[in-house]
Design a protein around this ligand. Sequence first.
Ligand SMILES: *[C@@H]1O[C@H](CO)[C@@H](O)[C@H](O)[C@H]1NC(C)=O
Ligand SMILES: *[C@@H]1O[C@H](CO)[C@@H](O)[C@H](O)[C@H]1NC(C)=O
Ligand SMILES: *[C@@H]1O[C@H](CO)[C@@H](O)[C@H](O)[C@H]1NC(C)=O
Length: 319
Amino acid sequence: MKPTFVLAVLAATMSSAAAAALGFNYGNINKFNAVKVRKEYVDEFNTAKALVGGGNRFTSARLYTGVQGGTTNGPNEAIQAAIDTNTSLLLGLWCSAGEDVFANELLALQNAIGKWGESFARLVVGISVGSEDLYRISPTGIENHSYAGAGPDVIVRYIRRVRAIIQGTVLDKKPVGHVDTWTAWVNGTNQPVIDACDWIGMDAYPYFQSKVSNAIEYNNGLFQDALGQTRAAVGGKPVWITETGFPATGKTSGAAVPSIENAARYWNEVGCPMFGRENVWWYTLQDNSVGDDPSFGVIGSTGLTTTPRFDISCKQDSP
Ligand SMILES: *[C@@H]1O[C@H](CO)[C@@H](O)[C@H](O)[C@H]1NC(C)=O
Ligand SMILES: *[C@@H]1O[C@H](CO)[C@@H](O)[C@H](O)[C@H]1NC(C)=O
Ligand SMILES: *[C@@H]1O[C@H](CO)[C@@H](O)[C@H](O)[C@H]1NC(C)=O
């Protein structure tokens, strides 16, 4: 055996044994409503890793778009920041703004491959084609939101285009999937999207399930029910937890009352048992804007700090 081959086998063995991805969701606008740049992502990624009680475990970032704000198809500067900080990536392509915007997402992806090559590829956990697009065209989504979604036919078509773009590149064979609410995955009309995915990204927020008994003591049960129903619907495909969380402040939703104590309870009951076992991108590290209501930020909205609002150490017996 040539030494290089031995190393390759060793690396393959090690990566299959590697812990699941764990991190947060990262938007592309900062709290001053300006486009985020490389330095801000670097600071966020370093803060996530250094969170007190976090054990340096929060080393992954989910992005919603691959396009840097303010550019037509320049790659998201979060990618450069991820390379700078050795942060793994769940890439996202925005799919609900029409063909032209999606074409630019594809170009940005090609640009990123050309610009960074293997140093980029080695960080990529997967590629998400879309985010909650199916939810936004469902009755609940329409009731709650004014912005656009996309149907299953569109998402399937876009997934095929992403697969074609990455074929033969450093991203070849990276798992391609789609992120949506659990309610979209259990909706049989969306089956073609399941069929087109390598993995399923599930967003679930018992806090928002205001039409059922969603007091904090029922949140873990509601989350497990959502996960169980999603797993049952997707026929053995891997389910990744792409968004979940509970707000520390803000308005009551049904019987779910935001508080630091309840956010901590949700973290301990729902989050901790999954961390390191499932791929999880928590919602979220810091709020999008000051005064967000509800406020999901583990560090709130007042600025970057490595001190979370509650004990995130996952030691259940801690105060
Ligand atoms: C990058 O992160 C991975 C996974 O967390 C780790 O295994 C690896 O040693 C890190 N590499 C460097 C250069 O720090
Ligand atoms: C089920 O999915 C289809 C296609 O995404 C959507 O049009 C429909 O509104 C969904 N139904 C429910 C009850 O969410
Ligand atoms: C969406 O609408 C439903 C029904 O009106 C409501 O129960 C739920 O809290 C809303 N969710 C959000 C995110 O506003």
